[in-house]
Ligand binder design. Structure first.
Ligand SMILES: [Mn+2]
Length: 273
């Protein structure tokens, strides 16, 4: 079952890519089940956004289905996501899966856009050099990203969890904030760049998004990030993702519905007709 309003198009304006992978989950697994759960949940929301006054039916949204990532090492998984994203000439929308899937998308888009900037919504800094011996752990996602792009091109919003060492390292990023919005000075530094937006669902408060592997108290409300979407859409967004939904911890299905809703809002904000 494809995502809401998605159908085959010869020249799509946005392409959903499912990345069902959770091999490095440190606490509670299940994110590999998220692409299917989010597609199913998307059937319960409308294609029209009254906030943006835009409709998915007016775009050419395609759904490429899920990548075959079962049993892959993180390195092979990242290569497969990278190849899939590199094959999309419009807006790739990666649906994880754990946060390491973002690295495949970033690597593909950094090849295409030398000055790529990244905005990450995440409760966790993910700046460890390795976790449980694994350099390609979802707890090291931002560290690997900053090695590829340079920390000065990365902004983390909704951040509220990390080790003392990670918080010290976070000072090298363009900005790190517990808030869900970009300060004007930060946006001024980023807005000329092609941008990638990565949304880890655990940036939101556990009362809003309980279905995730590592819930962290005192998070964002959905209204906190709507101004961010409006600001980022004024730039040139070349890719986005939504990661870390874990259906086994989402008994009411509310997290999957929120994820589908956020994907709708991101596609409507970022896809070019
Ligand atoms: Mn996280």
């Amino acid at each position: 079952m494809p995502f809401l309003a998605a159908r085959p198009h010869p020249h799509p304006s946005a392409v959903i890519i499912g990345a069902p992978y959770d091999a490095t989950a440190s606490h509670r697994a299940g994110a590999s089940l998220a692409p299917a759960a989010i597609r199913w949940a998307s059937d319960s929301i409308e294609t029209y956004s009254p906030v943006q006054e835009r409709d998915l039916e007016d775009l050419r949204l395609a759904d490429a289905g899920d990548l075959d990532l079962a049993g892959c090492t993180p390195e092979v998984m990242i290569d497969r996501v990278r190849a899939a994203v590199a094959g999309v000439s419009s807006l790739p929308v990666v649906v994880g899966g754990e946060h390491t899937v973002t690295l495949g998308a970033i690597l593909a888009l950094a090849d295409r856009h030398r000055d790529l900037g990244v905005v990450v919504l995440d409760a966790h800094l993910d700046l460890r050099d390795a976790y449980q011996g694994q350099r390609w752990s979802h707890a090291a996602t931002l560290r690997r990203m900053s090695e590829r792009l340079g920390p000065e091109r990365i902004v983390v919003l909704g951040a509220r969890s990390g080790t003392r060492e990670e918080w010290a390292r976070a000072a090298t990023l363009a900005a790190v904030s517990r808030a869900g919005t970009l300060e004007a000075s930060v946006w001024a530094a980023l807005s000329g760049r092609p941008l990638y937006l990565s949304v880890d669902i655990d940036a939101f408060d556990p009362s809003v998004a309980p279905g995730t592997g590592n819930p962290e108290p005192v998070g964002l409300q959905v209204d906190d990030v709507m101004p961010l979407l409006a600001v980022v859409r004024e730039g040139r967004v070349v890719g986005c993702d939504l990661v870390e939904v874990s259906p086994p911890y989402d008994p009411s299905g509310q997290t999957a519905v929120l994820a589908a809703w956020l994907i709708r809002e991101m596609v409507l904000a970022f896809a070019r007709a």
